[in-house]
Ligand binder design. Structure first.
Ligand code: GLN
Length: 308
């Protein structure tokens, strides 16, 4: 079986890279087994190939951001969402306390300020905190094609050290951008980040984007084509934070990372990719998952702008 053998070989070729560290600012993530390594590719037609620790569950963290953005656009419309969250590259770290000059919007939905704002837009103006969390859990489950759940231990652990995200939410409120209660929104956003997934779930979620919004295995239309397009575009612009330009030019696969070590990538009409390895580089992106994407890009000619 050539594809699984290739994926196994790819992981083996990178196992010796033990650079970086697990996320230190969330106690529960700091303790993760750093040696776990997994990769999964799902084609836009619904065939999945996985290797390594592909049954291992980990928290989705910032990989939730593009999918929550899709939910907010479905619930409130693109124009309403754009009034509160921009689509420009910020060139800044994921947790930077920064807003666009003039509008005071967060620059994009991939940095924490934009993702916290996006979470606050979910469902409706006056939605309850529970309703917002239920909304993302429902959509993510449809995208993965199975019922996902929340890791309450990781949630509680992150809430103990959430001062920076709370400061961000209060800043958004002080400019009148965020209407909802700051503590409730950060708590809901943190639950959203604590949804448990495997690399296979991630590859199916992104294969749904690649397939224009139709889940390739359940055949359910989960997102409109326009929303899938908007989400993939924003991933290309800002999914890798202050490494986004370097990533798009070198690897050429629109992607989104999470501090638990997950990485999701998408190639329109072709594949969704999920990878997992808990040690992070200086930008907070998974070191070995990034290198696995690099190899896929070179070996399989996956760069978005590579001449075919
Ligand atoms: N929950 C994390 C946070 O808000 C997500 C960050 C990330 O994955 N980059 O800090």
């Amino acid at each position: 079986t050539p594809i699984p053998d290739y994926l196994d070989e790819l992981l083996d070729s990178l196992r010796a890279d033990t650079s970086g560290t697990t996320a230190q600012y969330i106690p529960e993530l700091a303790q993760a087994n750093p040696d776990l390594f997994a990769l999964s590719v799902t084609t836009a037609t619904g065939s999945t190939y996985s290797a390594g620790d592909h049954l291992e569950e980990f928290t989705i963290q910032s990989i939730s951001k593009p999918f929550a953005y899709a939910a907010a656009i479905m619930d409130r419309g693109l124009n309403r969402v754009l009034r509160s969250v921009g689509v420009e590259a910020s060139g800044e770290a994921f947790n930077e306390l920064s807003l666009e000059e003039g509008t005071h919007r967060p620059e994009n939905p991939m940095i924490n300020a934009g993702a916290i704002m996006t979470h606050g837009l979910l469902v409706a103006e006056d939605a309850s905190s529970e309703a917002r969390v239920a909304r993302v859990l429902e959509l993510f489950s449809q995208l993965a094609g199975r019922e996902l759940c929340i890791d309450e231990t990781v949630y509680a652990s992150e809430m103990e050290t959430a001062d920076r995200n709370l400061a961000t939410a209060h800043m958004l409120r002080s400019y009148g951008i965020l209407g909802a209660d700051a503590h409730e929104v950060v708590s809901g956003y943190t639950r959203q980040c604590s949804i448990l997934v495997t690399v296979e779930d991630l590859s199916l979620m992104s294969a749904t984007l690649a397939n224009g919004g139709v889940q390739p295995r359940t055949r359910e239309r989960v997102l409109s084509e326009g929303i899938a397009q908007q989400v993939m575009s924003v991933m290309a612009v800002a999914g890798m934070y202050d490494a986004a330009g370097d990533w798009l030019t070198r690897v050429g696969i629109p992607a989104k990372s999470g501090v638990a070590g997950g990485l999701v990538g998408v190639l329109p009409d072709q594949v969704g990719i999920g990878a997992f390895s808990p040690r992070l580089d200086a930008h907070g992106n998974s070191q070995r998952a990034g290198r696995a994407f690099e190899r896929l890009s070179t070996d399989m000619g996956m760069h978005l702008f590579a001449p075919s």
